[in-house]
Design a protein around this ligand. Structure first.
Ligand SMILES: NC(=O)c1ccc[n+]([C@@H]2O[C@H](COP(=O)([O-])OP(=O)(O)OC[C@H]3O[C@@H](n4cnc5c(N)ncnc54)[C@H](OP(=O)(O)O)[C@@H]3O)[C@@H](O)[C@H]2O)c1
Length: 271
């Protein structure tokens, strides 16, 4: 029997994961979704899904994996609507930011395996970076199924403790916003130097993509790649010296640290 996966919430992230799973060979008949929005369901109907509903009724009863893909503030109500239906052999994968496993557990049967995921928005174009955490009680088959779901929207790493998801939030969960801020700042500076705004943005975006792809594909580490473009006395060195004298590394480090602290505080509020 092929594994059955049902999504509670069929918004941006769920749709990206579902289309990714189909592209990776999952049959639409293995996938189900529930969402109050007819439009969201119509998009999935176009992708081939037939088990779609505006109400969770009976959609989750015999699934191997339920994916919780609603906004954090509606998690308690949404999860309570399926908690009694999930069988003891099922697993719950929550992509809802910041909600601890202990809090999720209050809305499901205690035997249901619970896995937490911290995704990021590039998942919407299949380039996400997700981190997963599961307790030692979660079986290998459930871990593998959860990983298939997150791999369908990008790459996946596992972390060894739930607390580390706060660090993941600070690096990759919120990370796209740091890069957007940097892209905006570079493009704006380019425009101030006289470039057409669109040209400055286009050059900056291609440079960001090129630098990330080069770093991923190269055998050299990122530090070596940086050194390779930094000739002594040259232009890049001048820019990096300016960043250094303005405490660039300390500023970034503090921002990432504050993000992790905020993630931990929000987790306690939910917990
Ligand atoms: N780290 C990150 O940056 C990051 C990135 C993306 C997502 N996430 C997490 O991923 C989760 C999903 O995000 P998203 O962007 O996909 O959100 P989304 O596009 O808003 O999708 C959520 C969907 O769930 C529906 N919904 C609301 N209440 C429901 C219920 N009781 N039962 C079933 N469906 C319900 C919503 O319908 P209505 O619109 O009609 O309410 C909406 O279609 C969030 O919890 C978010 O925290 C994190």
């Amino acid at each position: 029997m092929l594994p059955q996966i049902a999504f509670l919430g069929a918004g941006n992230m769920a749709t990206a994961m579902i289309t990714g799973l189909i592209a990776q060979g999952f049959a639409p008949a293995q996938l189900r979704a529930c969402d109050p929005s007819e439009d969201a369901l119509l998009r999935l109907e176009a992708a081939g899904l037939t088990q779609l509903s505006t109400s969770p009724e009976s959609l989750f009863a015999d699934v191997d994996l339920a994916v919780l893909a609603v906004k954090p503030q509606v998690v308690p109500n949404a999860l309570s609507s399926i908690g009694h239906e999930l069988s003891a052999g099922a697993a719950l994968l929550s992509i809802a930011a910041g909600i601890p496993i202990s809090s999720l557990r209050r809305h499901v049967e205690t035997d249901v395996a619970v896995i937490r995921c911290m995704p990021n928005t590039p998942a919407m174009i299949g380039l996400g970076a997700s981190a997963l955490y599961a307790g030692g009680d979660v079986k290998g088959e459930h871990r593998a199924l959860a990983e298939q779901v997150t791999n369908a929207a990008g790459t996946t790493v596992w972390v060894a403790s739930e607390d580390l998801l706060d660090a993941v939030t600070a690096v990759s969960g919120s990370g796209p916003a740091y890069f957007f801020a940097l892209i905006e700042a570079i493009a704006r500076a380019g425009a101030e130097l006289g470039l057409d705004e669109k040209v400055a943005m286009s050059l900056t975006l291609q440079t960001a993509m090129g630098a990330a792809a080069l770093a991923q594909q190269s055998d050299d580490g990122v530090a070596k790649l940086r050194e390779n473009v930094t000739s002594p006395g040259g232009t890049t060195e001048q820019a990096l010296l300016s960043l250094q004298s303005n405490q660039f590394e300390a500023i970034v480090s503090e921002a990432v640290r504050q993000c992790a602290a905020r993630a931990a505080a929000l987790g306690k509020e939910f917990g």
